[in-house]
Structures are given as C-alpha cells and as structure tokens.
Design a protein around this ligand. Structure first.
Ligand SMILES: O=C(O)CCC(=O)C(=O)O
Ligand SMILES: [Fe+2]
Length: 491
C-alpha cells in the first residue's frame, strides 16, 4: 500500500507547485495524502508499541527477582546460580538494552513523512481557503460562530470546526491585524478547548497559555483592556504560577489605569445587497414568465424556461446527458489549470475536434437557432472552497471590441453538475438567480439590438457552499450571427 502511494507521489515532479484550495477536483488529491499520513503515523505507533511491549515484558521478569534480592541481599548473591545470572545480566544485558533503547523508532516512517513534505498544502492554500470561508460568511450572512458549528445558510451540516481550526483562523487574522475577527475566532477556540486533548494540542504547538495571551493581545489592540483582563484572570485561575500570564496581568493592570475602556458592541450584519439577495434565493418570483416545451430535430421535446425576456435569459433543461457530463468532467480533470480571473476556480479549454463537442454544437445550434461557428472555444471550469466569480460582464466594451473585431452576442453556460448548496448564477440588475442543475444550459444575450453591451446582463457566480460545481461555457460570435443570419427562417 505504502509502495503504491510512494510511486504515485514520486510520479509527480518534485518542483511542482500544488494548489489545492481553488478546485474541488484538486482538493480530492488531499485524501490519499491524509490516508498516507494516517497510515504512516499508525505504522510509527505500532513500532513504538512493539518496542514498549518488549521493554515491559523484560521489566516484568526482572521485577520479582529484584524484589527478592533487595530483601535478602547476602542470601541472594550467596547462591552461585543467582549470582551468575546477576553477573550475566549486568555484564551482558545492560549494554544490549542500551543499544536497544538508543535505536531510533520508525526511521522508515520518519523518512516517509519527510518525502511528502513538498506535497503538503502551503500558505497560499490556507489563505485561499480563508477567502472561501469569508465569501460564504459574507454572501450568506453567516457569523463565525455559524461557520464553526457547521450552520451554513440555514442548513446544519454534520461538521464542526475544532478548537485548533479556530485557533489557526484566529492567528491568521491576528497576524493580518484584523483584531475584531481574530478575537471572535480565538474566543471560539477557547470555547472548544478540550483539556483531555492537551497532549495532542502540544504536538501542534497549541497551548492554552498562548491562546489566552493572543486573545488578550487581540483585545488590547482594540482597547478592550477590561475584557483582556477577564481572559487573563480566568487563565490565572487554572495556571496561577504561569510567569507569562502573571506578567501580562500586571501590564494590563497598569494599562487599565492609563487607558479607559472603550465601549464595544458587535456590529450588526449589514442589510443584504442585490447580489447577496440573489445568492440567498431572495429574489421575487417572476409571474409572467413560463416554462414550455420546444421541438427541434435533435430533441423530441426540450424543456425551456424563460427567466427574463429583456435582456433575454433562458434555461434549457436536460441538454447534456449524465454520460456526457462525466466525459467532460474527466477531460477537465486532466487539464485544469489556475484561472487568472477567478481565485477560487480552475479551468481548461476544450478542443473543438472531440466528437462529443461536435455533437453538442449541432444540438445547441438546433436549440438556439444560432451559429456556433467562429466563436471562442469551450471553457470547462471547476470551483473550489467558497468558489465564486465576482460581478462581471461577458461582453467586450468598445475598446476591447475594436481590438478583437468581434463581440460576444450570446453566452451558453452548461451546468455539468448539481451543487448541493450555493453556487447560483445571479443577474442582480434584473433579479434573476439560477440554481445549477446538471445538464441544463443557461443562454443569455449580452448585447442590445444596437450591438452595444447590455450592462443589465452583468452576473455573479455565488460562492459554492457545499458540493462540486462544474460548468462548460461558450461565447457566441456576434459577427458570425450577422453573417450567417441563421436565426432567420430560411424560406
Ligand atoms: O459559474 C457561473 O455560474 C458563472 C460563470 C461565468 O459567469 C463566466 O464564466 O463568465
Ligand atoms: Fe460570465
């Protein structure tokens, strides 16, 4: 098992930059790493246990002999057999035991741990994960306490952040001088602190005294000296002799004399803006629009939902089959790279020559009545923790259009997966929110009749709360439609 994993790991080049947080597809790679970490640590523990059990068995044999020797010393060594055995043990066994205890335990496991260090998530992964959590917190109006207790946008998830997770978030914000949020996370770390786990915490460099010190420091930076003193007093009750706490206590008392307490009140959450309302599913239902079936040569029956008529936004259901979605995702899996525009997403272009793409083109041309020729290639995207795409337009403004000699008349965005929670595509100016539905194609017109960009089509991809969001996107050429006029009935 270990060999297989080592092979898998060595197959990746040593200087490769790992980037896990920005796509669920990359986060999956952490699971074999965690499995290896577990296996290696337990192999180490087995060896330690085996060594311990050898020592304990030897000790249990030695103890009764030593006890009888202690009580009747002359009588004991007066017996030649006992005397011989005693001589032998001290002459021969002692140095052998010394060798045995000096032998390092689990040298192989230690080597394995080291060999994987290059593959571990780095600071950027941690920072991106924090950005993802912040996106979820702000977009869905959560508090840090909600996140810590697994309550995400009204849904209780079967997961909690541990004291160490909260401590790590608290330290992250403290070092970035964001003391208000640091204080909240450190407070949560203190609430979740479990004394019975202190030995494990210590391995991770997590100590109660340091937690209290950081909590106090973070409060002091906000001039909340009285609260800092309360934290330190509580800590001193548990650890009265700790010098660091004592010195902080006296510093705080002096500081308290010179700086009066500022009133502190937690800021209420700001009211939701238009994007946030969309992501939270709070737009009003549009009563005049409907869902209808259309017929095309390719589909017997195609379910089409109009989302707004002006600008025109429609959702076609079941355009791509489950098998095709898997094929497209698998292609993406092998080729995803970091997305320059989206921090928490990876993407890759899809070659037009693939038969599946050709068949998709015919289908979409029948479906939309538009030509897919001469348009930009397909792009497959996979989002990561809290993966989102800020408010943007798909069309080019005047200067960009002049440079490119074309514009993007229509966007076709196919959802290649369902998303358990979050990840809507929202158009805040026209209050349209689209929940990702595997196989459905979102089609919207980016340009006005004058062929100028329609700013009402600006859209935002909401942070994914839970699940794996995959999409395939294509932008159709405006020039091509004018030339081919394919949407006109050719009578
Ligand atoms: O992920 C989404 O829902 C929207 C993506 C998008 O707007 C884009 O790729 O241009
Ligand atoms: Fe877009």
């Amino acid at each position: 098992m270990l060999l297989v994993l080592l092979f898998y790991i060595c197959a990746c080049s040593a200087d490769q930059e790992y980037d896990y947080s920005s796509a669920v597809d990359s986060l999956v790679e952490l699971i074999p790493l965690q499995r290896y970490y577990y296996g290696n640590l337990s192999a180490f523990a087995d060896k330690m246990e085996a060594k311990l059990s050898t020592i304990r068995r030897a000790l249990s044999k030695m103890r009764p002999v030593l006890e009888s020797a202690e009580t009747q010393q002359e009588l004991f060594v007066g017996n030649p057999l006992r005397a011989y055995s005693l001589l032998r043990q001290l002459h021969h066994d002692w140095p052998n035991w010394l060798d045995f205890v000096e032998q390092p335990i689990g040298a192989v496991e230690v080597k394995h741990f080291r060999s994987l260090e290059l593959m571990l998530p780095n600071q950027t992964d941690m920072a991106n994960a924090v950005i993802g959590l912040e996106q979820i917190r702000d977009m869905y109006g959560q508090t840090e306490r909600d996140l810590a207790s697994g309550l995400l946008h009204g849904q209780q998830h079967n997961v909690q952040l541990s004291s160490m997770d909260c401590w790590s978030l608290g330290r992250y914000y403290f070092h970035r001088k964001r003391y208000v949020v640091a204080t909240v996370w450190l407070g949560l770390a203190a609430d979740r602190y479990n004394v019975s786990k202190e030995d494990v915490y210590a391995v991770q460099g997590f100590h109660r005294v340091e937690l209290c010190q950081l909590q106090a420091a973070s409060l002091m930076r906000q001039n909340r000296n009285e609260d800092a003193l309360t934290v330190i007093n509580a800590a001193l009750e548990i650890l009265p002799w700790d010098m660091r706490l004592q010195s902080l206590h006296s510093r705080l008392q002096n500081r308290w004399l010179v700086r009066p307490r500022l009133e502190f009140a937690e800021e209420p959450l700001p009211p939701a803006d238009d994007v946030q309302r969309g992501c939270r599913g709070q737009y009003l239902w549009k009563t005049k629009l409907n869902c209808r079936y259309t017929w095309t040569p390719f589909y017997e029956r195609l379910k089409m939902e109009e989302l707004t008529l002006d600008p025109y936004i429609a959702l076609y259901h079941d355009v791509v089959s489950a098998k095709e979605m898997t094929m497209l995702q698998n292609y993406g899996r092998m080729n995803l790279t970091q997305d320059a525009q989206r921090l928490l997403a990876k993407h890759c272009p899809l070659p037009e020559a693939i038969p599946l793409v050709q068949s998709l083109h015919t289908r979409l041309e029948h479906m939309t009545g538009l030509s897919l020729n001469n348009s930009e290639g397909w792009l497959i995207t996979n989002y990561g923790i809290g993966g989102f795409f800020g408010l943007h337009k798909d069309y080019f403004d005047e200067i960009e259009e002049a440079l490119r000699g074309d514009n993007r008349l229509v966007t076709i965005q196919i959802y290649l997966s369902n998303v358990s929670q979050g990840g809507y595509t929202v158009f805040p100016h026209v209050e349209v929110a689209v929940k990702p539905q595997a196989g459905a194609a979102l089609v919207f017109y980016n340009l006005l009749d004058s062929l100028v960009g329609d700013s009402r089509t600006q859209h935002h991809a909401c942070p994914v709360i839970d699940g794996d969001k995959w999409i395939a996107t294509k932008w159709l050429s405006a020039k091509e439609q004018l030339v081919s006029k394919s949407w006109k009935c050719q009578l």
